[in-house]
Design a protein around this ligand. Structure first.
Ligand code: PGA
Length: 259
């Protein structure tokens, strides 16, 4: 499969923003601004907080809005004594299609490791959902020339023991930590180069056909002004958008890049 055949995927990561009432409004407004041709060009995903998933699911399904529902995290166990956690079964029951796994905020602030990321990836796949596996380097690592080694290690850790057939359908998000929420974007060339490294690791682990099928997003200060240049790069298959996804006008402009 060549890059031309990978369907672009643009996902909004709302992080800890929007009450369920706000989330309902945002997704409704987003749906007014997008039409069939947008959904044909791009797979659109919104990832609200756990407390908004049910409300957003209801709006999407009752109005037949073809935006996919995503969650921001998950636990790997089915159920049990894990106070505060949410299981993959619970997400799948809400028709959640995508689950962000290993976001740098979870890794840096909440102790997520390559091992827990790997367990979560397997759990998400086992429940018929698609993980959006986040990888990326710190500014220190970039300046020390360690970017390629860092993302290579994170990809190996995340996909350890996962079958090639499952890997093909997954999404990876390359998010340099220094570009998240800072207004500092990686240049399209730098992002493309690192995404090429990620695809090379996947090729090494799972072979060419699988690595060519995986969609790899860029994330980190994506906005309506820089999305088209990013999407023009051959290795970049989409975007994981934080701040600019909170506003339905901005997010719709991102989805409609180049239209
Ligand atoms: P940002 O966040 O777009 O606000 O930089 C991206 C992310 O963390 O997924």
């Amino acid at each position: 499969m060549s890059e031309g055949t990978r369907r672009p995927i643009i996902a909004g990561n709302w992080k800890m923003h929007h009450t369920h009432l706000e989330a309902i409004q945002v997704v409704q407004k987003l749906s007014y601004r997008l039409d069939r041709s947008d959904y044909e060009r791009v797979e659109v995903v919104v990832c609200p907080t756990f407390t908004s998933l049910r409300s957003v699911q209801t709006v999407l399904e009752s109005d037949r809005i073809p935006i996919a529902l995503g969650a921001q995290d998950v636990h790997w166990e089915e159920k049990g004594a894990f106070t505060g956690e949410v299981s993959p079964t619970m997400l799948a029951k809400l028709n959640v299609s995508f689950v962000i796994v290993g976001h740098s905020e979870r890794r840096q602030l909440f102790g997520e490791t390559d091992e827990t990321v790997n367990r979560k990836v397997k759990a998400v796949l086992a429940h018929g959902m698609t993980p959006i596996v986040c990888v990326g380097e710190t500014l220190e690592e970039r300046e020390a020339g360690e970017t390629a080694a860092k993302v290579d290690g994170q990809v190996r850790g995340a996909f350890e023991g996962v079958k090639a057939a499952d890997v093909a359908a997954t999404v990876v998000a390359y998010e340099p930590i220094w570009a998240i929420g800072t207004g500092r974007t990686a240049t399209p060339g730098d992002a493309d180069e690192t995404i090429g490294v990620i695809r090379g690791t996947l090729r090494d682990l799972f072979g060419g056909p699988t690595s060519s099928a995986v969609r790899i997003q860029y994330g980190g200060s994506v906005n309506p002004g820089n999305i088209a240049d990013l999407m023009a790069m051959p290795e970049i298959d989409g975007a994981l958008v934080g701040g600019a996804s909170l506003d339905p006008d901005d997010f719709a402009r991102i989805v409609r890049y180049g239209a």
